[in-house]
Design a protein around this ligand. Structure first.
Ligand code: ATP
Length: 199
C-alpha cells in the first residue's frame, strides 16, 4: 500500500486544483519558507479525517478554505482527494485503488466519499484504521511534535504505537463491549432482586 496522488483545490494556499504524484519510497517536498510545504501535509491529515483545527494550524475548521490573496478572491469550498494504491489489499475494501475525498463548504456542511460514493467520516476512519493511518494521526509527525513524542510518558508513547499499529480500534471496541457488559450485569442484578422479592 502506498499513497499515489493527492489533489487539493481551494485548500489553504492551493486555490487552483493541484495534484501531487507520489512514487513508492521516500518523497521530499522542498520549497522556500511559507510556500505551502506544511499545507500539503495538512491536506493529507485532513482528507484522512483530522478533526482538530489546531492540529491543522488554524483557529477553526473553516480556516482550511482558501482565504484569498490580493489578486484572488476567497473560495467557497476546500476539496482534497487522496488516491491510495491498495494492490496488496491492506485496506479492507475490494479495490486495487482507493480514493478518499473530503469537501468543506464555507456556507456550512461537509462531504466525504470513498471511490466517489458519499460516506460518513466514520467509514473513512474505519477503512484507514487497520492500515495504521488512524484518527489521531500519529503517523504524521509535524514540526515540533518530535519533542512531544520524545518527552511523552511511557503510557502516551504506548498510545502512539498502538494507534500506528491499528490496535487502538480494537481497544476502543473492547472498552465499549465492557461498558455494555457492565450495564447488562446491572440489569441482571436488578432482575434477581425483583425475583427474590416476588418469591
Ligand atoms: P515553512 O518552511 O516556513 O514551514 P511552509 O512551506 O511549510 O513554510 P506553509 O506553512 O505550508 O509553508 O504555508 C503557509 C502559507 O499558506 C502562508 O503564506 C499562508 O498565508 C498560506 N495559507 C494558509 N492558510 C491559508 C488559507 N486558508 N488561504 C490562503 N492561504 C493560506
Amino acid at each position: 500500500m502506498h499513497l499515489k496522488t493527492l489533489t487539493v483545490r481551494g485548500f489553504k494556499s492551493f486555490a487552483s486544483a493541484t495534484t501531487f504524484e507520489f512514487e513508492p519510497g521516500v518523497t521530499a517536498v522542498v520549497g522556500p519558507n511559507g510556500s505551502g510545504k506544511s499545507n500539503v501535509v495538512d491536506a493529507l491529515a485532513w482528507v484522512m479525517g483530522e478533526q482538530g483545527a489546531k492540529t491543522l494550524r488554524g483557529g477553526k475548521m473553516e480556516d482550511v478554505i482558501f482565504a484569498g490573496t490580493s489578486g484572488r478572491p476567497p473560495l467557497g469550498r476546500a476539496h482534497v482527494s487522496l488516491t491510495i494504491d491498495n494492490a496488496d489489499g491492506q485496506l479492507p475494501i475490494d479495490y486495487a485503488e482507493v480514493t478518499i475525498s473530503r469537501t468543506l463548504f464555507r456556507a456550512g456542511g461537509s462531504e466525504y466519499a470513498i471511490n466517489g460514493n458519499s460516506c460518513r467520516l466514520l467509514d473513512i476512519q474505519e477503512l484507514l484504521s487497520d492500515s495504521g493511518l488512524g484518527r489521531e494521526m500519529h503517523v504524521i509527525v509535524g514540526q515540533g511534535q518530535l519533542d512531544r513524542i520524545l518527552h511523552a510518558t511511557a503510557e502516551d508513547r504506548r498510545g502512539f504505537i498502538e494507534e500506528a499499529a491499528g490496535v487502538l480500534k480494537h481497544r476502543r471496541r473492547k472498552e465499549k463491549t465492557l461498558r455494555k457488559l457492565q450495564a447488562m450485569q446491572g440489569n441482571l442484578d436488578r432482575l434477581e432482586d425483583l425475583n427474590s422479592e416476588v418469591r
